[in-house]
Design a protein around this ligand. Structure first.
Ligand code: NAD
Length: 258
């Protein structure tokens, strides 16, 4: 059983979905948690607080470098350090390249890719000084393969996989590791919107849209769960993963095995 007692984890975009699942797994292992994200912040604070962990929230907009810096300063002030960084915040927009909204492109690159650069550059000096750190980047199968209609998301996630490899190389001689988790479809608000859009576009029931979305890509026919991804993140934070560096760990129901 991995213990993270005395460690502090910052999980970006952790008020719902995968980020909240990972924050809960790290909290249950004993870590202090700095949450980030919008929406139902109180419910997320309650979920993590119920584990007995120390928890705080910072509302930094991941599109804004100065707010990211302020969030990390608050984490350092409140908990003394950031030992574990999970770059998870992300949004999606589906449209062909010709009709892709340019502002949405900029937002996806900022939130899904550039925020990971800003958080990483702020936490690395402390991790190096303590000679221990874990950076877990939540990429996607779309960091490894493409899908039509998802140009900005696929570009950002491929970029995040690249950032993961460079961070791993620059820290290779230290106690700091950096790896990416690449999930297939997980039933979160981000995917529910795609299901709802498909149902509306095709005039089909939500259940049928859900089955079609999964059936097109994910051979298992099952969604990956936030709990499973929490378990993977915990494994990457464990001592046994000390030499797992720059990996892209898929949890995708067989999507990229095809
Ligand atoms: P979600 O919509 O449930 O959660 C996204 C989180 O990011 C929320 O907490 C939201 O408040 C936060 N967020 C959004 N914009 C933000 C901003 N500007 N600043 C700060 N926080 C912001 O989505 P999810 O499915 O849990 O996605 C989490 C991550 O997992 C994303 O990076 C996503 O690309 C990735 N992912 C998701 C799936 C999937 O199938 N759901 C698959 C692979 C990868």
């Amino acid at each position: 059983m991995t213990t993270l007692n005395g460690k502090t984890a910052l999980v970006t975009g952790s008020t719902s979905g995968i980020g909240l699942g990972i924050a809960r797994a790290l909290a249950e292992a004993g870590a202090n948690i700095m949450l980030n994200g919008f929406g139902d912040v109180d419910a997320a604070l309650d979920t993590i607080g119920a584990t007995g962990a120390q928890v705080a929230h910072h509302p930094a907009d991941m599109r804004k470098a100065d707010e990211i810096g302020a969030m990390i300063a608050m984490a350092n002030e409140r908990f003394g350090a950031v030992d574990i960084l999970v770059n998870n915040a992300g949004i999606q927009h589906v449209s062909s390249i010709e009709s892709f909204d340019a502002q949405k492109w900029d937002d996806i690159i900022a939130i899904n890719l550039s925020s990971g650069f800003h958080t990483t550059r702020h936490v690395l000096p402390g991790m190096r000084a303590r000679n221990w750190g874990r950076i877990v980047n939540i990429a996607s199968v779309h960091g490894l393969v493409g899908s039509a209609g998802k140009s900005a998301y696929v570009a950002a996630k491929h970029g995040l996989v690249g950032l993961t490899k460079v961070t791993a190389l620059e820290t290779a001689g230290t106690g700091v590791t950096c790896n990416a988790i690449c999930p297939g479809f997980v039933l979160t608000p981000l995917v529910q919107k795609q299901i709802d859009d498909l149902a509306t576009r095709e005039g089909i029931a939500t259940d049928a849209a859900r089955a079609r979305l999964l059936g097109e890509k994910q051979p298992s026919g099952q969604f990956v769960t936030p709990e499973q991804l929490g378990g993977l993140a915990l494994m990457l934070c464990s001592p046994l993963a000390a030499e797992v560096r720059g990996a892209t760990w898929v949890a995708d129901g067989g999507w990229t095995a095809q």
